[in-house]
Design a protein around this ligand. Structure first.
Ligand code: ADP
Ligand code: MG
Length: 376
C-alpha cells in the first residue's frame, strides 16, 4: 500500500488505538502479544482481533509466531502514525510521490496546507547491515537493546536538530519544518543533486562553495562526514545546498581528522573526474582545529555536547529504561497508562512541542552554552 493521506480518513479510532498500543508495547517487547494489545488499547478481544486482522491485511503490522507469538509495527504502520501528525499540523496535505530512495530513507514530494511543495523524509534504518550503522552512527553507542524503529526515530531527531541549527546559523540547508517519529518535513530544494550534473559553466564557483562549507563547518566544530555529490544539491543559479545530516560529528570526535579529510577528498576527486577541474587548494584540519581551540571551537563543542545529551534525555523519556523488560503486570499497567498519555499527547501534539522545545534550547551561539562550556 502506498503512502496516501486520504486513507487516514478511513482509519477508525480503534485502528489508531491498536497501532499506538503496539508502538508502545514495542518499547519493552520485540513482539507484542495479543493479550497485551488488548490491555494497552482497552479493547475487548473480539474488537481488538478484528482490528488486528485489518491492520495485518494493510501491512501496517506484522505477525510472528516462531519463538513467541506477537505483533510488531511495520515501517508502513509507523509511517501512517507520523503522517497523521504531519497532516494535523498542516505540514502535509497531499503526498505526490517518491523522489528519492536512499540506502536508509525514502523521500517523498508533498504539498502542505498552503499549497507549497515540501519534502518528507522517512528514515528506515535496518536496510543496510547493522555493522555499518554501528560503525557510522554515534547515537547507538553503549546501547544493548533497541529496535530499528527506535533508531530511525533517533536518526530523524538528530537530522532535524542539526538542520535546524545549521539553518538558524545561515548555512545553506533546506528549511526544517516538522519532525515526528522517524519522519522529517523540510522545504523542497529547487535544484539537482551534484551527482546528476555532467557539465557546469563555472566549476570554480561551485567548488569554492563546497570548500568554504567544509571549512566553515569545521570552524564551528562540525564535520558533515558524508559531504559528497549525493548530499549536495545545486540550484539553477549555482548555489550549493547541503542535505543529509544524521552522520555529522564534532571536530573533537576521535576520528574527526579522518572524516574531515574524507569530505575534502570526495570533493577533490569529484571535481577532477567530473569537470576536469584542476585543484590546487586544500584544507588542513589541524590548522583549522588549532585556530578553533582559541575560541570558536569552545562554542561549537558546547553545542555538540548539549545536543547529544539532549538526545540521550529523549531516549530516557521515551523508553523508561534500557531493559528488555518482562511481560509482568507492572509493565502492562505502565503501558496502559502510556496509551492514555500517548493518545492525549498525540491530541495536543505535546510530543512535537517537546521536541521543538529541546531543539530551540540548542543554539549554536547561545551565550549560556559558551560560558557553561568555558567553565567546564
Ligand atoms: P539518504 O539519507 O537516503 O541519503 P538524502 O537526505 O540524502 O537521503 O536524500 C536522498 C535524495 O532525495 C537526494 O539526493 C535528493 O535527490 C532528494 N532530496 C532530499 N532532500 C531534498 C530536499 N529538501 N529537496 C529536494 N530533494 C531532496
Ligand atoms: Mg544522502
Amino acid at each position: 500500500m502506498r503512502l496516501d493521506p486520504s486513507y487516514l480518513e478511513y482509519m477508525t479510532k480503534d485502528e489508531f488505538r491498536v497501532l499506538t498500543a503496539i508502538e508502545i508495547g514495542m518499547r519493552n517487547h520485540e513482539l507484542v502479544p495479543m493479550h497485551l494489545i488488548e490491555r494497552i488499547s482497552h479493547l475487548k478481544r473480539v474488537c481488538a482481533s478484528k482490528v488486528v486482522k485489518l491492520l495485518l491485511k494493510n501491512k501496517f503490522i506484522a505477525h510472528e509466531n516462531k519463538k513467541f507469538d506477537g505483533y510488531k509495527l511495520t515501517y508502513l504502520g509507523y509511517d501512517y502514525l507520523a503522517l497523521q501528525v504531519f497532516i494535523r499540523r498542516g505540514a502535509i496535505k497531499e503526498v505526490l510521490g517518491k523522489v528519492g530512495c536512499g540506502k536508509e530513507s525514502d523521500i517523498y514530494k508533498c504539498v502542505n496546507e498552503n499549497g507549497d511543495f515540501v519534502i518528507l523524509k522517512f528514515t528506515r534504518l535496518g536496510r543496510t547491515s547493522f555493522r555499518t550503522i554501528k560503525k557510522n552512527r554515534d547515537y547507538i553507542q553503549h546501547r544493548t537493546s533497541y529496535s530499528w524503529l527506535y533508531l530511525s526515530r533517533l536518526s530523524a531527531i538528530k537530522e532535524y536538530t542539526f538542520m535546524d541549527l545549521l539553518h538558524k546559523n545561515n548555512f545553506p540547508t533546506p528549511i526544517p519544518i516538522e519532525q515526528n517519529r522517524h519522519g522529517i518535513v523540510m522545504s523542497l530544494i529547487n535544484g539537482v543533486p551534484m551527482q546528476n550534473i555532467s557539465e557546469i559553466d563555472n566549476p570554480k564557483y561551485v567548488f569554492d562553495q563546497c570548500f568554504y562549507l567544509i571549512k566553515r563547518l569545521a570552524e564551528n566544530g562540525l564535520i558533515h562526514s558524508d559531504f559528497n555529490e549525493f548530499n549536495l544539491m545545486v540550484e539553477d543559479n549555482g548555489k550549493v545546498i547541503m542535505i543529509d545530516f544524521p552522520q555529522m560529528v564534532s571536530t573533537k570526535h576521535k576520528n574527526a581528522q579522518f572524516y574531515f579529510d574524507r569530505d575534502v577528498e570526495c570533493i577533490h576527486v569529484f571535481f577532477e573526474r567530473r569537470f576536469n577541474y584542476q585543484i590546487t587548494d586544500t584544507l588542513d584540519f589541524n590548522k583549522i582545529a588549532r585556530l578553533n581551540d582559541l575560541d570558536v571551537q569552545v562554542k561549537a563543542s558546547g553545542f555538540i555536547k548539549k545536543e547529544i545529551k539532549n538526545i540521550d534525555d529523549f531516549d530516557i523519556d521515551l523508553r523508561g529504561s534500557d531493559d528488555d523488560g518482562d511481560d509482568d503486570n507492572s509493565d502492562d499497567e505502565n503501558e496502559q497508562n502510556d496509551l492514555d498519555k500517548n493518545i492525549e499527547q498525540e491530541d495536543s501534539d505535546n510530543e512535537i512541542e517537546e521536541s521543538n522545545k529541546r531543539i530551540q534550547n540548542l543554539n549554536i551561539l547561545n551565550d549560556e552554552d559558551i560560558s557553561q562550556d568555558e567553565n567546564e
